[in-house]
Design a binder for this molecule. Structure first.
Ligand code: ADP
Ligand code: MG
Length: 358
């Protein structure tokens, strides 16, 4: 009996140490991640294990910031400041968040030339996106011309007291910039509170990275194959403080009269863009990455190079909508993007863009 008792005690001791051995190291080395739904998409925060103490506060900052952006800028919420500006043509007083968003949006729209224009909301809705109803028939030339002929965000004046249009207000679709703007805002707030923190913040597939994933490994992001849902063409090693954004025809589209149309509209024609499968951009911040990926998607092969020159701090990968896959990348992207071996032969020099005849 004594022997049995001893054996049980021994077993308990062994089990206890085994439990400690199992638990302790995992607790120290496991990275942290939380995923949540906001702004109609998926957000996530990932950190190495070393941030485990700060993780809850970092997460709260990210959640609060995304919620605040959504509250001020959602076009689906009639009480958001952006909805009030659309309805009344003026907003006074204006929150610092909305003021900063509108100022940034005007700046970026100008910088992206004729390829990015959030005042396109009426056109975008005509095609069934951003709150519009998918039409059964293609919009007519007159409908498109009418929608294109709407006021522009450049006509908005902003000062200390508020924002207002002299004439009719533009209706802004924040969809091409708000995610990047929200990411930067949350990134800056987390960085301010934890200057040495390591984290990867994601909003709807757009990312901004700080520090490293592990002591000797940078944050890495897989780049999706635009023609094969479950496949990736390679990875980007994201330098600290940089951002990655992708615009793809596979992300969101609509079907009208049996044809597929992308959710990105050419501001010149009012038609959904065709010819491009995916654009991925690496930029010093998420706002620029978000805007430039959409704008390059619109610019297409012929005009990508002159547009990209207006954003010298950004690098890009551009994949036209044809097979076999061709992967064009800016020379500076080579340092960060590593194609998987199967795609090495599909890499094309950026200089080749715009030189082919149609
Ligand atoms: P996603 O939001 O799917 O990641 P993008 O960042 O490329 O993709 O943004 C596309 C969104 O931007 C569209 O869903 C629409 O709301 C808006 N948009 C479409 N075309 C334009 C354009 N030419 N300029 C500005 N915004 C656009
Ligand atoms: Mg974008």
């Amino acid at each position: 009996m004594k022997l049995v008792y001893r054996a049980i005690v021994l077993l308990c001791i062994i089990l206890f140490f085994w439990y400690l051995l199992q638990r302790t190291p995992r607790k120290i080395t496991a990275p942290r991640e939380e995923i949540w739904i906001v702004m109609g998409t998926v957000a996530s925060l990932r950190t190495p294990a070393s941030e485990r103490e700060h993780f809850p506060v970092m997460l709260q900052i990210a959640k609060d910031t995304f919620d605040a952006v959504n509250r001020k800028l959602s076009v689906y919420d009639p009480d958001s400041e952006l909805s009030v500006l659309h309805r009344e043509g003026a907003l006074s007083p204006i929150s610092p968040l909305t003021k900063s968003f509108l100022t940034t949006t005007i700046e970026m729209t100008e910088k992206a030339n004729d390829f990015f224009d959030p005042s396109l909301l009426p056109v975008i809705q005509l095609w069934g996106f951003s709150g519009g109803v998918t039409p059964t028939n293609l919009p007519t030339a007159d409908q498109i011309a009418d929608a294109l002929d709407s006021p522009r965000i450049a006509d908005l004046s902003i000062d200390q007291t508020g924002a207002r249009y002299a004439g009719k207000p533009a209706h802004i679709d924040p969809g091409g910039i708000a995610k990047g703007f929200a990411l930067d805002l949350a990134f800056e707030k987390i960085e301010q509170q934890f200057p040495d923190a390591h984290f990867l913040l994601n909003l709807g597939g757009e990312m901004r990275a700080k520090g490293k994933a592990e002591a000797d490994r940078p944050w890495q992001i897989g780049i999706q194959h635009p023609f094969e849902k479950q496949a990736a063409i390679g990875i980007i090693r994201v330098p600290s403080r940089f951002a990655v954004a992708t615009s793809g025809h596979y992300e969101r589209y609509t079907e009208i009269e049996g044809e597929r149309y992308a959710h990105i509209i050419d501001p010149q024609t009012g038609w959904p863009v065709s010819g491009m499968a995916g654009v991925t951009v690496l930029s010093p911040n998420s706002t620029e990455a978000d805007v430039l990926s959409t704008a390059l998607f619109v610019a297409g092969e012929q005009q990508a190079n002159p547009l990209r020159k207006r954003f010298p701090e950004s690098e890009a990968i551009l994949i036209p909508d044809r097979e076999p896959i061709e992967i064009y990348m800016t020379p500076g992207m080579q340092a960060w993007f590593e194609p998987y071996p199967a795609f090495r032969d599909n890499i094309q020099p950026w200089e080749k863009l715009g030189t082919q005849t149609e």
